[in-house]
Design a protein around this ligand. Structure first.
Ligand code: S3P
Length: 446
């Protein structure tokens, strides 16, 4: 995409949005499939892999560490793994682009390999906190050196033999939990990780799928995960479901445009990812799930979304881990509901690809919504009517802010413009074409 085309405008849809579609593969599961494939013995075949920039960075990193990663013309990806502890020292800097998940999970893998590596990322990733993985991973014997405040670029020197980790994750973070588990794979003995709130458990599911012994114990609102170190991971085929976090943008578009009805096939419905759908149900949204099934160890279903009136709700802080990436688009939906929506406990949004709490509030305010931030809560007041629109939204290198703003534009009086839609390709390649195919009108800004 050239620089001019990155500035996009979304105009009011001419009529209802309708159609049946799939969304690209789940980003979290795609990263993990490549990583576990690289740590297994044999050839892992992955279907439905998200071919977005973030995941391609992980594929490149796995190649740089000695795994063979290829893809067939039909979209199947193949990873010839090196076995647990079998990765090579990379001979160049590992650039993880915009992806916090790729960077943090990879830190976990590198920490328990006896090698030296240098990692960097783009301007957004270089601002994000890495101390949250550096601190626990250092306990395995790895030595990290990072920029001021624990930012990238960083270097890591792994120990000759890693120690298992015992760690209580202080913030609900699947990335930190997963980094610790990946590190523990190449340490003898039991790695024991406690999380205060249950977060997405794709790593635990995939560890089992590749043959590791993992024990999960409920502990209040959280979990204690014990992993037996140095298993022989065996290659296993992975079917990646559609990403519920990407589906959320299409769901929102259907809910905002009168008369719309969309069917989104094959969406991942892991219960630790479904907070948005629970919230929308409370708001009165008409979303049916058809054809529930298990695919590749994850619950999957087809979503049928029909436009209708919605009311504001109170979203409890405990729900945040199960919908952490969905607040920008929920805020857009809430601005069209009748009444006030209060989203509580959004501290973690401040350390995403952008400060998403500030960026979401600005996105809405810029387009005529009434929005407030009080501490870590965001409050959106709607009156069930269209917003004025007409704003220019600063996306701050954040794909979800860009998509949330473009979805908003399908329902505002005046068009909504984003300064840079280029980052959408990190998670949802083809988003603009797909939206336009359903009846949206998104194109280069004048
Ligand atoms: C992810 C975990 C979440 C989420 C991110 C993907 C993962 O981050 O925001 O998009 O794949 O583990 P945190 O675990 O840091 O909250």
């Amino acid at each position: 995409m050239d620089v001019v085309a990155r500035k996009l405008t979304s105009r009011h849809a001419a009529g209802p949005l309708s159609g049946r579609m799939t969304v690209p593969g789940d980003k979290s599961i795609s990263h993990r499939a490549l990583m576990f494939g690289a740590l297994a013995i044999g050839e892992t075949r992955i279907t439905g892999l998200l071919e977005g920039e973030d995941v391609l960075r992980t594929a490149a990193a796995m190649r740089a560490l000695g795994a063979e990663v290829t893809h067939d013309a039909d979209g199947t990806w193949r990873v010839a793994g090196r076995g647990v502890g079998g990765l090579d020292e990379p001979d160049d800097v590992l650039d993880m682009g915009n992806s916090g998940t790729a960077a943090r999970l990879l830190c976990g893998i590198l920490a328990s390999h006896h090698l030296f590596a240098v990692m960097t990322g783009d301007a957004s990733l270089r601002r994000r906190p890495m101390r949250r993985v550096i601190d626990p991973l250092s306990a395995c014997g790895a030595r990290f050196v990072a920029r001021e405040g624990g930012r990238l670029p960083l270097t890591v020197q792994g120990p000759v033999e890693a120690l298992p980790l015992e760690y209580r994750v202080p913030v609900p973070s699947a990335q930190v939990k997963s980094a610790c588990l990946l590190c523990g794979l190449n340490a003898p003995g039991i790695t024991r990780i406690e999380e205060p709130e249950a977060t997405r458990d794709h790593s635990e599911n995939m560890l089992r799928h590749f043959g590791a012994t993992v024990h999960v114990e409920e502990a209040g609102r959280g979990r204690i995960i014990s992993l037996q170190g140095q298993p022989e991971l065996r290659a296993a085929d992975v079917v990646v479901p559609g990403d519920p976090s990407s589906a959320a943008f299409l769901v929102a578009a259907a809910l905002l445009v009168p008369g719309s009805r969309l069917t989104i096939d094959g969406v991942g419905l892991n219960e630790l990812r479904c907070g948005l759908f629970a919230t929308l149900a409370e708001m009165g949204a008409d979303i049916a799930v058809a054809n529930r099934r298990i695919e590749g160890g994850e619950l999957v279903g087809d979503l049928v979304v029909t436009h209708g009136p919605m009311r504001g709700v109170d979203v409890p802080w405990e729900r945040a881990p199960s919908m952490i990436d969905e607040y920008p688009i929920l805020a857009v939906i809430a601005a069209h509901a009748e009444g006030t929506t209060r989203m509580r406990g959004l501290k973690e949004l401040r350390v995403k690809e952008s400060d998403r709490l500030a960026a979401t509030a600005a996105l809405l305010a810029e387009n005529g919504a009434r929005v407030e931030v009080e501490g870590d809560d965001m409050i959106v007041h709607g009156d069930g009517r269209k917003l004025a629109g007409g704003g220019l939204v600063a996306t701050h290198m954040d794909h979800r802010i860009a998509m949330a703003a473009l979805v908003l534009g399908v329902a505002t009086e005046q068009p909504v413009t984003v300064d840079d839609a280029g980052f959408i390709d990190t998670s949802f390649p083809g988003f603009v074409a797909l939206m336009n195919g359903l009846g949206a009108s998104i194109g280069p800004a004048a």
